[in-house]
Design a protein around this ligand. Structure first.
Ligand code: SAH
Ligand code: SF4
Length: 355
């Protein structure tokens, strides 16, 4: 059965037109879905009983089961573990920071890119999320969060650019004025540096923010922790970033995961400053959330030293707090145990149909 959250408003419009329903129906339904957050079709009381029944026959409206919810006693960060209709598991995180409420969502189950410091990378890639599954994370979290989201970031599990079509479509659905009406400028797509995705976002004039996980300021170092740097070398990545800026005039955010003794020297800072002169950017320094001894977190002292070394010359530098580190909900710590061998082939084919 089709997930109604896969549909853009004009597609839902076509569906109602085929049923001979008036155009205003789609507005009512979209508002019910995205503003009122209805979870069952019988909640759509402005529709006739027979229409509600028809919708329930044609569409799924919720497909997640909440398996676990952990809230950090330190900062309120909440990690949610969902089970999807095929039994696979993903995580999403709600982060509270002063007035900001950030929903961090996943784009894939696992990730194929295997960055050495990242827990999601250890899972391998299991499958892409459908549009409805990306959208449902936001709707489910909205019900649970203390306040509505101010930011949505694709920084959970997976590489958004390798599920480009579904990610962009989901972001457009979340931004639709007739539905959730979420500001496009407050949606960030974070990539490890998939050049074709960056170019495509520029060419298509996508109005979302782009973040690139640089994590090292020279090719050799980048290669040591990010195997994808082999396919898309730093030099070309920076050219793509320049291209993006020229086309969109939008500043990129470079994320830089700071690892003690690896990329936190003054020399590294200087190289990063040089890059920031080539590409108009903001820099977000993230002290590594250590998943093992190979990637130790920097001391407060070396973090400050690094920050100081780039601050003077870079347009904007932020140091991201380790929100949620105590509950394994911080960046790169999302790992949902999915056992490949336990998925039966017939269940996998169900998923294929959902695409
Ligand atoms: N695949 C995309 C988006 C998900 S990862 C990407 O790589 O950009 C989101 C962010 O978490 C990235 O900037 C990544 O570099 C960072 N990250 C991964 N592992 C981390 C860790 N152990 N500590 C801190 N940040 C980490
Ligand atoms: Fe994938 Fe991003 Fe983790 Fe790298 S950092 S393994 S690209 S999720």
């Amino acid at each position: 059965m089709k997930n109604i959250l896969d549909l853009k408003i004009d597609e839902l419009q076509d569906y109602f037109a085929r049923l001979g329903e008036p155009a205003f129906r789609v507005k009512q339904v979209y508002q019910g879905l995205y503003q009122k957050g209805y979870e069952r079709f019988d909640e759509f009381t402005t529709l006739s009983r027979s229409l509600r029944q028809r919708l329930a026959e044609d569409f799924v409206l919720r497909s997640f089961k909440e398996l676990d919810r952990i809230t950090s006693p330190l900062d309120g960060t909440t990690k949610l573990l969902w089970q999807l209709s095929d039994g696979m598991k993903i995580e999403s995180v709600i982060i509270y920071e002063k007035k900001r409420v950030t929903f961090c969502i996943s784009s894939q189950i696992g990730c194929a890119l295997d960055c050495k410091f990242c827990a999601t990378g250890k899972m391998g890639w299991l499958r892409d999320l459908t549009v409805g599954e990306i959208v449902e994370q936001v709707l489910q979290m909205k019900k649970l969060a203390e306040r509505p989201p101010t930011n949505i970031v694709f920084m959970g599990m997976g590489e958004p650019m390798l599920n480009y079509d579904n990610v962009m479509r989901a972001a457009e659905i979340l931004a639709d004025e007739g539905g959730l009406n979420f500001s496009r400028k407050k949606i960030t797509i974070s990539t490890s540096g998939i050049i074709p995705g960056i170019k495509r976002m520029a060419d298509e004039g996508r109005p979302f923010r782009l973040a690139i996980s640089l994590n090292a300021a020279d090719q050799q170092k980048r290669l040591q922790t990010m195997p994808i740097a082999k396919k898309y070398p730093l030099e070309q990545l920076l050219k793509a970033a320049q291209y993006y800026y020229q086309k969109t005039r939008k500043r990129i955010t470079f994320e830089y995961v700071l690892i003690a003794g690896f990329n936190d020297s003054i020399e590294d800072a200087k190289k990063l400053v040089k890059i920031s002169r080539q590409v108009p950017c903001k820099i977000n320094v993230i002290p590594v959330n250590s998943i093992d001894d190979h990637f130790p977190a920097p001391s407060q002292e070396s973090l400050e030293r690094f920050e100081e070394a780039i601050q003077e010359s870079v347009y904007a530098v932020t140091v991201r707090n380790r929100k949620g580190w105590d509950i394994q909900a911080a960046c790169g710590m999302l790992y949902a145990a999915n056992e490949k061998q336990k998925i039966k082939p017939e269940k996998l084919s169900l998923t294929d149909q959902a695409h």
